[in-house]
Design a protein around this ligand. Structure first.
Ligand code: FDA
Length: 392
């Protein structure tokens, strides 16, 4: 029987990081993945350029039922540590938004770096392999696959969340956790576009492809970033971010004019009495959206001096509490991450070892730790993979 020190199930971001870290320590490491290629999500991330970290990453950017859990690992492996790694390989990267680092050319460059690290460390990867069952014995764990049985001292679950099943995502990690008595907190697709009610869908289809800066608010948390109209509803950074907080059925605040106050709107009558609100709004919002607003406020093309306080108040209320009529989300099919997962209260925040089963470790997205949009989720994958890699 093939005997390893460490077997890692999942050759994604966290699994590859853990593999190299452990193998550099001299551990004999084997990574197993059912996909035909390692790191598929890395390749599709960040629009093909992978937003591989966020220089501002801090525990406050992560959601978890156990918010303190992530602190230690994030501290032990920082965004700068990852930047130092990619710098050593000469990766070209850009800061597309404050703190958000993307590959300048392609996510392939980043995956190549990780694969080089894995190779240099001496870890092995086997792809296209199906794990059938896991048996825990006194001093080792047996991993039965469609290609034979592998034994190991430490078994690491790095199988990620449920998003994008076509890329190989499965609930396997959750099943493994439940098998040894772990609690798996309810999961939900997140960082995901929002779908809208049928009547809105028709209206929005005409706006599809246009974006505007908005504030999205849910449960007291707000993001001022662009929103994009799509054929099914709305997407873009502001919307994706808010889905970490908002759930279908709850109220969702959308402010189309986040930089305007009622007073500033009223002041137009003095500042530009001959200008219409249509003209004014067109300088702030996409023209096609203003046309839609005009269907409701037919006086919008009048001179501002001719409008009443009541009309302006109604317009302000409408735009600052814009009802997109949310229906749900696009679900795991297009979600970037999965909220919820293995309860971290039963995992060591130092070693990532299970408190239920000796020699079993969980890292990355399979855990109940989810980052905001902006490179935080990969930083969690690197940090948790590195932390476990020190102890397996
Ligand atoms: P990951 O999903 O990377 O890897 C899991 C691995 O386990 C896969 O290789 C899978 O094939 C394998 N696996 C699953 N089930 C298995 C089984 N039963 N047997 C064997 N192997 C199995 N984050 C970010 O910070 N910046 C970004 O730009 C983006 N962009 C982005 C775009 C899109 C479209 C998505 C879907 C996601 C992102 N993300 C992101 C999120 C990021 O990709 C994600 O958080 C990390 O990849 C999670 O790393 P893990 O190692 O936990 O899982």
């Amino acid at each position: 029987m093939d005997k390893q020190d460490v077997i890692i199930i999942g050759a994604g971001a966290s699994g590859l990081m853990c593999a190299a870290t452990a193998a550099y320590r001299g551990r004999k490491v084997l990574v197993l993945d059912h996909a035909n290629k390692a790191g598929k999500k890395i390749l599709m991330s960040g629009g093909g350029r992978c937003n591989f970290t966020n220089m501002d990453a801090a525990p406050k950017h992560f959601l978890s039922d156990n918010p303190h859990f992530c602190i230690s690992a994030l501290r032990r492996y920082t965004p700068q540590d990852f930047v130092d790694l990619v710098d050593r390989h000469g990766l070209d990267y850009v800061e597309k938004a404050p703190g958000q680092l993307f590959c300048e050319h392609s996510a392939k460059d980043l995956l190549a770096i990780l694969m080089t690290e894995v190779e240099w460390s001496g870890a092995d990867i086997k792809l296209n392999i199906k794990v059938v069952k896991i048996d825990y014995q006194d001093d080792m764990t047996l991993v039965t696959t469609n290609q034979g049985v592998f034994a190991c001292d430490s078994l690491v679950v790095a199988t990620g969340g449920l998003s994008i099943p076509t890329m190989g995502a499965t609930g396997f990690g959750y099943d493994m956790a439940k098998q040894v008595g772990h609690e798996v907190l309810p999961t939900r697709a997140s960082l995901v576009p929002i779908t809208v009610q049928p009547e809105r869908k028709e209206q929005f289809a005409a706006l599809s492809g246009i974006a505007c800066d908005i504030t999205a608010t849910s449960k007291g948390v707000s993001f001022q970033e662009p929103m994009l109209f799509t054929h099914r509803g709305v997407s873009g950074p502001a919307i994706l971010q808010i889905t970490n907080f908002w759930q279908p059925g709850e109220s969702l605040g959308i402010n189309l004019i986040p930089n305007l106050t009622l007073e500033s709107l009223m002041a137009l009558r003095q500042e530009a009495p001959k200008k219409s609100f249509e003209g004014y709004l067109s300088s702030l919002l996409p023209k096609r959206l203003v046309e839609l607003v005009k269907v409701r406020f037919d006086w919008l093309d009048q001179r501002s001096a001719q409008t009443s306080n009541e009309q302006i108040e109604q317009l302000f209320q409408y735009l600052s509490h814009y009802d997109i009529a949310p229906n749900g989300t696009e679900g795991y099919r297009t979600a970037e991450v999965t909220l919820g997962g293995v309860n971290t209260k039963e995992i060591s925040s130092k070693t990532f070892e299970s408190q239920k089963q000796k020699g079993l470790y969980f890292i990355g997205e399979v855990l109940d730790v989810t980052g905001w949009l902006g490179g935080y989720n990969f930083q969690w994958a690197w940090a948790s993979g590195f932390a476990a890699g020190q102890y397996v």
